[in-house]
Design a protein around this ligand. Structure first.
Ligand SMILES: NC(=O)c1ccc[n+]([C@@H]2O[C@H](COP(=O)([O-])OP(=O)(O)OC[C@H]3O[C@@H](n4cnc5c(N)ncnc54)[C@H](OP(=O)(O)O)[C@@H]3O)[C@@H](O)[C@H]2O)c1
Length: 304
């Protein structure tokens, strides 16, 4: 049972095969009401998916609070799930009147204030995993490490990670503070992490990579794509669907999961039927050649 899990260690933090994304749940997407969110959380828990990926900015600083409304009513759900949230991007919003322009901020004060805001919004006393959403070009790794150390000591955050960092930025911080994840965009549409060293670095440090927009934000599944490469990818995906008696999203997820770094897709759907599909995709083991077939058609160039 998900709620009987023991204390987390850095090594086993990311044991679930998928993380459930929340970006499209609220004002930036489906506008789910409290009862829909409650049913969705319950459904995910029943499938043993207990990690929910948030960011302070989702829904223009409203989605954490939408989720928190449910947790306030159902505190039993809080004990069965783990909350990831992110900070470091400042967007212009009437919820943050002091933000004059969009910017990135990884100063200690901003990190700590963001965590306080997230705790209030979620109506919880701790965040399980705090990610720095984007690298602030002006970041000081020692200042970040100090913020993380204080938040951990205060019991407000259990684990820490980053998102969208470069290999060198990750290394700079990892050397002074242990990170447990690096969340980057990875899909057949966005393949940079396979070649820019990020996945190698995760393997080197034993850090779990997670993939945002694993289905290309849905673009890889659109039936009438005008993008030639996407149409060609879809043809190969469809032929593999026949072979594996699978749905296209399942083939796309199986493709990500084949990489030895152990990529954990952050699912963007708010539909339980599609979450179930994702879980069933765990039975699909694409061959080496099938993986390259998809790579080749996505890049549009033959393997040299
Ligand atoms: N760290 C970062 O910088 C960052 C950036 C962006 C996102 N994220 C995180 O990553 C999560 C996932 O991102 P994403 O939403 O772009 O992921 P995604 O899974 O690639 O895309 C989700 C979209 O695809 C649609 N979709 C899913 N399955 C489908 C199917 N079988 N047929 C047609 N459409 C389908 C969904 O619609 P339905 O809802 O109708 O299923 C939804 O609109 C976010 O929720 C967020 O937590 C992080």
């Amino acid at each position: 049972m998900a709620n009987n899990r023991g204390p987390l260690s850095l090594k086993d933090y990311n044991t679930a095969p998928f993380i459930v994304g929340t970006m499209r749940m609220g004002h930036w997407g489906r506008n789910m009401n409290a009862s829909e969110i409650e049913k969705f959380i319950e459904g995910c828990i029943s499938m043993d998916l207990i990690d929910f990926d948030h960011a302070d900015i989702y829904g223009s600083y409203t989605t954490e609070a939408d989720f928190g409304t449910v947790l306030k009513k159902r505190p039993d759900l809080r004990t069965q799930i783990r909350i990831t949230t992110k900070c470091g991007i400042k967007i212009v919003s009437d919820k943050r009147p002091d933000h004059k322009i969009k910017s990135y901020d990884l100063n200690k004060d901003h990190i700590k204030r963001s965590v306080e805001n997230s705790l209030l919004a979620f109506r919880t006393d701790h965040i399980d995993n705090l990610l720095l959403h984007r690298p602030d070009i002006l970041f000081d790794p020692y200042e970040i490490a100090q913020a993380f150390t204080e938040l951990k000591k205060e019991g407000k955050v259990k684990y820490f990670g980053v998102s969208n960092f470069s290999v060198s930025q990750f290394e700079l911080l990892q050397q002074i503070f242990p990170l447990c994840t690096h969340q980057v965009e990875i899909s057949l549409l966005h393949r940079e992490a396979f070649e820019n060293g990020i996945l190698d670095q995760c393997q080197k440090w034993g850090v779990t990579p997670s993939a945002w927009s694993p289905l290309g934000g849905g673009a890889l599944l659109k039936s009438s794509s005008e993008d030639h490469n996407i149409t060609e990818v879809q043809k190969i995906v469809n032929s593999l669907c026949q072979k594996y008696d699978a749905q296209p999203d399942q083939i796309l997820l199986a493709w990500l999961r084949k990489h030895p770094a152990g990529i954990i897709p952050v699912l963007g759907t708010s539909k339980l039927s599609r979450i179930k599909n994702a879980i069933e995709s765990l039975n699909i083991n694409l061959s080496h050649e099938e993986w390259y077939l998809l790579w080749q058609v996505a890049t549009g160039t033959e393997i040299a």
